[in-house]
Structure formats: C-alpha cells, structure tokens
Write a new protein. Sequence first.
Length: 484
Amino acid sequence: MKLKHLSLSVMMMGASAAAMASGYHFGTQSVSAQSTANANGAEANDASTIFYNPAGMAKLEGTNFSGVLNVVVPHVEFSNNGSSTAAGVAIKGGNGGKIVDPAAVPHLYVTHQLNDKLTAGLGIFVPFGSKTAYDRDWVGRYNIIETELKTITFNPSLAFKLSEKLSVGVGVSAQHIEGKLVKGVDSGTSLVTAAQRAGGMTTAAHSAAAGQISGNAALDGSVDVNGDDWGFGYNFGVLYDINEQTRVGLAYRSAIEHTLKGDAKWALQPSNAAATVNALTSLGVAPGNLAATATALAAQRAAITNSNASLKVKTPDSLSLNFFHSLNDRWDVMGDYTRTFHSKFQELRIDFDNTLPDSITPEKWKDTDRISLGVANKYSDRLKLRAGVAYDETPVANESLRTPSIPDNDRYWLSLGGNYALDKDRSVDFAYTFVKIKSSNTNNKDWCDGATVSSVTCTSSKATLKGSYKSYAQIIGVQYNQRF
C-alpha cells in the first residue's frame, strides 16, 4: 500500500473522471437508470437493481446478467481573478489547461433465482470517482496540481420475497479505494522568508525580492502523496407493490470508513547548498549574511522529509425513496428522492509520519438532496424509450470552501435513452445525458482554517486561489442484458 502523489478527492475500477453527481459520487452505475436520470430505483427491470435497491432482485426470474459501460466526457474551465502567495504576491501562471479528461468506466451485475422466495446477486461497480489534473505551472499550483480518487465495490446481495406485495434485500460491500494528491511547494516564498528572518535583507529589499521570487515557478518544488485501503459496509432495500400498477421503494447504503496508508515524497528547490547560495545572491542578500540565511532556510526545512503518511476517509451514506407507476400499457412514470449524508466530510487531514504538522484542508461539506423524475414509453414490442430530469445539490457550503480538487456546484441532469430487445432473453440499453453544473466562484485559502496567514500552524502553502469555474459533462452509456 503506497501513497505516491499528494492527492485526494476520495477512489477504483479501471478509470476515474470528474464526478458527475454531487461531491465525488461517480453519478451513474446503470444505463437503464442513467436514461431516466436515476429515477427508476423502484422499477427493478434488470440486474443493476442490485445497486439501486437489492429488493428488486426478487422481481427477476432465472439468472440475469447486466454489463454496463459509461463513457464520461467532462469539461471544466477556470478563470483566475487575483490568486496570491503567502506573501500577498500575485501568482503568475495559466488557468490550468484541460483539467479533466474523458474516461470509460464499467460496472457488472449478476442475479440468480435460488427458488421462488430467494434470489442471490453480485454487483461490481464504481460508486465514487474523481480526477482533476491541472498544468504544473497554473496559478493554483500551491493549492493543488492533481488529485485522483478511484474506488471499486464488490456487493454480494440477497433478496427475499416475503409476499406477493413485499420484498426485502440486503447486501454487504467490500470497497477498495485509492487516493492521489500532488501539490506545488512555493520555495520562492520560503527563501524570502528565510532571508528576512536571518536579517540579511532590508525591508525595501525584502519587498522587492518578494515581488520577484515569491510564487516564482522556476523555484517551485512539489509534494506527492498516494495511498489505498479496503473498507466494508452494507446496504438494504424494501419494495412494496401497492397494486399491479404502482410500487414504492426504500433503499439505504451505509458509509464506509477507510484509512489510506502510503508515503509522502518531497522535491524541494533549491536542491543543494550551491543552488541555495546562488538563489540568495540573486535576492540581493549581502555576502556576509549568506551563511545565516542558509542556516535559517535549513532550519525551516529540517522537518520536511520523505515519510510514511496516512489519511482517513469516510465515504457518505445515502437514503433513497422512490416510486414506479404504470399509467397504461405504453406509459410508465417514476421518481426518486435521495438524501446523501456528505456532512461526514469535514476536513481532509494528511498525517505525516515525521515531525511535520498535519496537512489540513477544511471541507465542511453539508448533506445534500437529489430529486429525479423519469418516463418510459413502450414504442414497439422491441423498443422502449426513456427520459428523465434531475436536480442534484452540491455539498460545498460556499466559495471559501470550494477547493480546486472538487470545484463542485449544484447541477441539472437531462437524460434520453431506451432499451431494445434483441430477442426474448437479450436486450441493450442506451443513454445520453447532459449534466449542466452551475458556474461558481472560489476564494479558497490554503490556510488550514487559520484566520490569517500568520495564524496557520499546519503544513500548508498559505496560498489563496481566487477565480471562477464553468463546467458541464456528457455521459454516453451502453448496457447489455441477458437472462439465462
């Protein structure tokens, strides 16, 4: 288990991409669900019901398989509006470049009817995933350069048909998570601070040097952290048929605790004594003060050593209420309300296994609501068309807590898709979704929740990222279903 690049968004199967649902939720684990904007939790039409409500397995006869592929094409733009270093100097650099890349993410489900009362199933899916990768010289490099979160969950489940109207389902989850983080180190500001503390510069010289050296990308270092862990949780669901046309469902998926373990690796500039002397000379430090300044810088850096590191993460639990209603032989309507308990994520704390103070990023997330509505139309004996809309709240409380790792905001989903029957036992689902994320501002201080730069006591760049984000995403999905 190894923490290689300083990262987290919280994270695995095959790929990670910008989160399509609020927080770091991947957003969809089924194409039949995606085509209704995740409104069909009570439909129980194929094996992917394992994720949304395991009680739905009791509705499936025989053995059922669903293989899912989601292709996510995200787009994120950042515009700088006054980002600055700990010395208050405007940071030079770009707006981050592409930031996010397309990704293809698979999910697999299988159910088997043991008898007319009991059905077993297994889901393998990606519940969470997020990746942001900025250009290394962008203006927010001291807040973050790269974060990645990958997860994969194995979810064996059982469904019990208690009566013709009532079914219940339970499952256990084994979840693997990988996290990665890369941050820039503002070595220029460290040099200026060391020179000032050693008395090697006048006030005027310090101000001039700060403007020249603080936030200078040529002097940047970096820190890389990454790690992984296994965690365990559970889920359950209930489905109740009010009559032949209408059913309602309830589903709960637990939080899962992780302790990611690995290492933190630092690359600092200047990298040796000769380079330090050259850098200090370029700052205008008097020759007689070079030794004192170099000593001050060495003391400043004494605790910054490669070490083991750990990070605790608790992925959120969620509660869903949903309904499914057949209006007639051709039309169905459905809906879902999901409450996600994101407020468990109050801070991102990296514990270094040396004398360095912890690195702390305040998050202070809030619980969120998602509301989805969908319709389905039996266009022909082989083709069913679907559509859905959803509104999904962000857990980010305000712009000061909007980090460049997850620059999240409220979003709207618009989905279209359908199911085509190849024969009586095989079918294909297809879907397209456009996710519009509200434009947002950030004024994120990497200050460990300190009131001022001077009050910061944790390991931090003390830089401020100030600007705005514009984001949207497209999701294309295809799913193969077969009954044996």
